[in-house]
Each structure stands twice: as C-alpha cells, then as structure tokens.
Design a binder for this molecule. Structure first.
Ligand SMILES: Cc1cc2nc3c(=O)[nH]c(=O)nc-3n(C[C@H](O)[C@H](O)[C@H](O)COP(=O)(O)O)c2cc1C
Ligand SMILES: O=C(O)C(=O)c1ccccc1
Length: 373
C-alpha cells in the first residue's frame, strides 16, 4: 500500500485522484479531467463499466493469478499500461522521467506522448520496462520522421499513431480557462517553430486547439500510412479505432496493433463509449493483430472486463497523471500496482488463473449488449 505525505492510505485510483486534485491548479486539473463539449462520451466511458457483470467460476483451483503478458517480444508484469498523455511536467517537476521510473517499478508499458515535456532520450534513460512513442500526424513530416528515428535509436518498442485527432476536440473547460501551456513546461521533442503558437497565452480560447489546427495534418487518409511505415522498422500501432469498418481497414493497411479508444472522451462528444466498441472491433480484427483498449478503466475489474472482451492490454490515461501529481514516480507505480493487484484479486475470485483464461464467458451476456445511454 502506498502512503504519501497526506497520511491517508491510497487504496484505489479514486484515492489518488482526490489527493491529486488537492495538489494541482484548477486550470491544469480541468485540462486533465475534461472532455469534449458536454462530456457525454467521457461520462459514458465510465458508465459502461458499471453495466458489466462478471460470471465467476468456483472450485477452479486458482490460488493466484498470473498477470504477465508479452507484446512485440517484450514481457510485461501487467497488462495495464500507461496511455500517451501530453506534458507530464504540468503536475510533476520531473515529468515523464518520473513516470517512466514508476512504470518500470510496476513492470508496465509506458506510451510516451509526442507532446512529452522531457526528451525521448532522458525518458529512455530512466525506463526499465517497455516504452513506445505516440505521434500525431504533422504537416511537417520531417519532424515526424526525426521523432520516429530518435525513438528507434533510444530503444522504444513501437510507434503509436493517434488517428482520432484531425483537429482537436472542443473542450469548453480549457476554452473558458484560456488554458495554455506556460512557464517552463514545453513539448521539448518538437522544434520550437512548430510549437510556438501552443505556448502563447491568448485572449480567451484554447491555445492548444489553435496550435494543433496549424500543425496537425487533417487531410491524412489510409493511403498515407505507408509513408510512416517506411520511416521506421518499429511496429506501427493505430490509436483511436471505434468501428469494425476501421478495424478491418487498419488490418488491411498493415497495422501491427490497434487501440480501441475515443481519446478519453476528449474528441467527438457523442461517440460510442470505448467499452461498447470493443467487442465489435475485436470481432472484426479476428486475431489478425493485437487489440489494445483505453477509456474509463479505473479498477482491476474494469481491466478484467476489457481483457475478457478481447483486449490484449489496457491503458490508463488520467489515473497515472493522478499518481504522478500525488506522489511522483511512487504515485505512478502505486496506481499501476493497485490496479494490477485488483485485477489479480478479481481473477482469483472469478476462477481465472491467467490472462488467456479471460474470455467472454467471464461476462454476463447483457454486459456485452453495448446498450449505452
Ligand atoms: C490530459 C490528457 C492528455 C492527453 N494527451 C494525449 C496525447 O498527447 N496523445 C494521445 O494520443 N492521447 C492523449 N490523450 C488520450 C489518452 O491517451 C487516452 O486515450 C485517454 O486518456 C484514455 O482514457 P482515460 O483517461 O479514461 O483512461 C490525453 C488524455 C488526457 C486526459
Ligand atoms: O490529446 C489530447 O487530449 C490533448 O489534450 C493534447 C493536448 C496538447 C497537445 C496534444 C494533445
């Protein structure tokens, strides 16, 4: 059990959340917590897990659960990893370097964001578990190629291309707060000219939204993926797939893995809850490549549900930021270990010894109906 300065034991992700909220400024908190527009998809991501009911098997002879998993030849102690999020130095002076240390202690995958506030190389030096690098598709393809090459040189295990941001979702909280990245926090892996706009606090509006409108390439289509594929020998993972149609296209275009995700409810408000899209996507992929999942995972039983529906690994977006804010690398490790212990506990109580034993028989069929409000 992790116990940080507050003296309160941090037993669950929501304990870390409460602790983090006390320590983070309100505009940064809104940036982390917020979703697009009326935040309906954000809420739906969480609610979808409340509908899940498990089908525990008894007398299964399962004294302990094995949570190990391997992906692209790298072994992880847990199938619960860290989704890419921007600017970790907003909540901790060491930023992504501390996150990498925490992920390493938990034996978890850490997907470093393109908008990381520490260098790709410094993060790699602090890591002891697998790292991947997330990219957005920039108009400046030379910048993307440079980042992919640096990741490969630094030992990253895959490139994750985020495909659900042709433009930034509209986040009323950030727009009302006039939120901008300031002080000494910056996307240090991207040359300043590409980033200049994001760092300028302007009257009203969200500088992030304006910046991404200028630097992201919104005309990207399936045919362009071949260019990125040729830039790197690393596996290419597509993040932000929500339909069977796009899952089939991703496989046809040679994706090495896909991530079912609605970007934590931060892009298209009204989009399907992540969990409700998972069965459809897993069926369409049919084992052709690994399927990963993110969106609303807050406890071990949530991870169990996503794994049972066909995810090989689940990623957490906000909870590691809560851990980082609450307690640096220890907090990150605490969030990941807590969720992993909850998962192992749920597996024992459900009579499933290892991750391959998690399939749809672990879930009540009505849990799968996707009858989202
Ligand atoms: C503060 C914040 C920043 C994010 N930045 C990125 C990013 O730079 N790239 C990306 O692909 N996704 C980004 N995401 C989305 C996450 O990778 C992930 O899809 C989402 O947070 C998962 O949902 P969860 O927060 O409910 O776990 C961000 C999410 C948050 C909350
Ligand atoms: O992707 C996001 O959700 C996000 O908030 C973000 C912000 C700035 C740069 C890149 C991503």
């Amino acid at each position: 059990m992790t116990q940080l300065q507050t003296g309160t034991p941090l037993l669950t992700a929501s304990d870390y959340r409460r602790s983090a909220q006390r320590l983070v400024g309100s505009d940064v908190w809104d940036f982390i917590e917020g979703g697009a527009e009326d935040e309906r998809t954000l809420a739906a991501n969480l609610r979808a897990f409340d509908r899940v009911r498990l089908r525990p098997r008894v007398l299964a002879g399962v004294p302990d659960a094995d949570t190990t998993v391997s992906l692209f030849g790298t072994a992880y102690a847990t199938p619960i990893g860290i989704a890419p999020t921007a600017y970790h130095r907003l909540v901790d002076a060491e930023g992504e370097v501390a996150t990498a240390r925490g992920a390493g202690r938990a034996g978890a995958l850490f997907v470093v964001g393109m908008f990381a506030s520490r260098t790709i190389e410094d993060i790699a030096a602090a890591a002891s578990s697998g790292l991947w690098l997330q990219l957005y598709w920039l108009r400046r393809r030379d910048v993307m190629r440079d980042l992919a090459e640096r990741a490969e040189r630094s030992g990253y295990g895959a490139i994750m291309l985020t495909v659900d941001v042709p433009r930034m979702g509209r986040r009323w909280r950030d727009m009302r707060n006039g939120f901008a990245i300031g002080g000494d926090v910056a996307a240090v892996n991207i040359e300043p000219a590409v980033m200049a706009e994001a760092h300028r606090r302007d009257e009203g509006g969200s500088a992030l939204a304006r910046h991404t409108a200028g630097s992201f390439d919104p005309s990207l289509s399936w045919a362009d993926l071949a260019w990125l594929r040729d830039c790197t020998r690393l596996p290419l993972v597509l993040k932000g797939i929500l339909t069977a149609e796009d899952a089939a296209l991703a496989v046809a275009h040679g994706a090495d893995a896909i991530v079912v995700s609605n970007h934590g409810g931060r892009q298209l408000d009204g989009a399907v809850a992540s969990l409700d899209a998972l069965a459809e996507v897993a069926d369409a992929v049919g084992g052709a490549c690994p399927v990963l999942f993110d969106g609303g995972v807050r406890r071990g039983a949530d991870a169990l549900a996503a794994l049972a529906l066909g995810a090989r690994m689940v990623l957490l977006g906000r909870p590691p930021l809560w851990g980082l804010a609450a307690g640096g690398a220890d907090g990150v490790a605490g969030v990941l270990r807590t969720a992993t212990e909850e998962l192992a506990h749920a597996m024992v109580l459900a009579g499933r010894a290892a991750l391959p034993d998690l399939d749809r028989t672990a879930l009540r069929p009505t849990s799968l109906a996707g009858g989202d409000a």
